[in-house]
Design a protein around this ligand. Sequence first.
Ligand SMILES: Cc1cc2nc3c(=O)[nH]c(=O)nc-3n(C[C@H](O)[C@H](O)[C@H](O)COP(=O)(O)OP(=O)(O)OC[C@H]3O[C@@H](n4cnc5c(N)ncnc54)[C@H](O)[C@@H]3O)c2cc1C
Length: 352
Amino acid sequence: MYVDFLLIGQGICGTFLSRELQKAGYSFLVIDEARDDTASKVAAGIINPVTGRRIVKTWMIDEVMPFALQQYADLEKLLQITAIEQKDIVDFFPTPQMKHAFAKRYEEDTQYLSLQGDPEIWKDHFNYDFGYGTITPCYLVNLPVLLPAYRRYLKAANHLLEENFDSTLLQVEKEKIHYKGITAQAIIFCDGIASFNSPWFSMLPFAPNKGEVLLVEAAGMPTQHIFKKGINWVPWRENIFWVGSSYEWQFNSDQPTDAFRERTMASLQQWIKAPVKLLDHKASVRPATIERRPFVGFHPAYPAIGIFNGMGTKGCSLAPWFAPQLVQHIQHGQPLQPEAAIKRFQRMLGKK
Ligand SMILES: Cc1cc2nc3c(=O)[nH]c(=O)nc-3n(C[C@H](O)[C@H](O)[C@H](O)COP(=O)(O)OP(=O)(O)OC[C@H]3O[C@@H](n4cnc5c(N)ncnc54)[C@H](O)[C@@H]3O)c2cc1C
């Protein structure tokens, strides 16, 4: 069997890259093993235009956010689903210092921030002492609907092999690859944290970051916003909320921990007025990078091997932005954005 491209992984990266290849008229096959706790399946799906304690603008957000909206609209039309919704973040200040930091940022730049609003409006549902600000617009990608719907679409069109990819069976030539009877002009790894141990890409400066989340049930809570007080309270399904997440650079295990569950349930008891019932507890590792920039492009020593990875905490906004760039690069030789192109590690990769 011949395809133009073989892709490994159908997380958010493999989803957008395969869609872009299809739009450009390439043939492709995606190999993805159905695993439960991959980053895209555990993620909330938030696109937040500001970041960190200092509430600074997220990298490239002015361009990336409107573009991502168009990309999700394309998938909505293709799959007949709701892929994304605006859900602004109500940011309850956990301390007077955080209130001050938000007010200071607001004085400097009001884009994406609001301090207007009835101070009492959320008091029926949440305990808070230091007021709140609103981050607007924010979006929530409907990952639990989008990823399975796209998977069904790929499967129906015979574009998906649901199995483990075994790198020892890959044969690489200069301008093509062979894998178990499949020949392609290139293979592109969209395999998330699996690339940390890749024979071709493990030397890239990845920085695994673990996140734990709870899924909880609570009746009668508002669902039009995401709420935040140190952790995020995200409307998920009817009366079900995604709560998280931790953000750990050092960890001994990739599994959920008692410490996170106990700490988070205790803070929910203080914060949420309705009774909260724990339904599930998950953990996953973000394919983050030391420089906090993606890894996109083809291996300098093996031009038939590519990577689309390293989206860190921002897969939902960066994957839709960089997937067409990579396809334009393939199709017309257009240069990739230098901050994301793996060409910046040419010397390191060339040694392999
Ligand atoms: C707790 C948490 C919360 C997050 N919240 C957000 C958020 O709100 N907003 C946001 O933008 N980002 C968020 N992220 C980050 C986001 O999840 C990642 O940026 C994104 O999911 C990375 O997608 P990916 O496609 O690169 O990797 P993955 O989602 O890991 O996909 C890789 C795929 O490759 C498959 N695969 C790997 N190896 C093989 C193999 N050998 N054979 C077959 N298949 C294979 C896996 O099964 C998987 O399906 C969060 C992450 C975590 C952990």
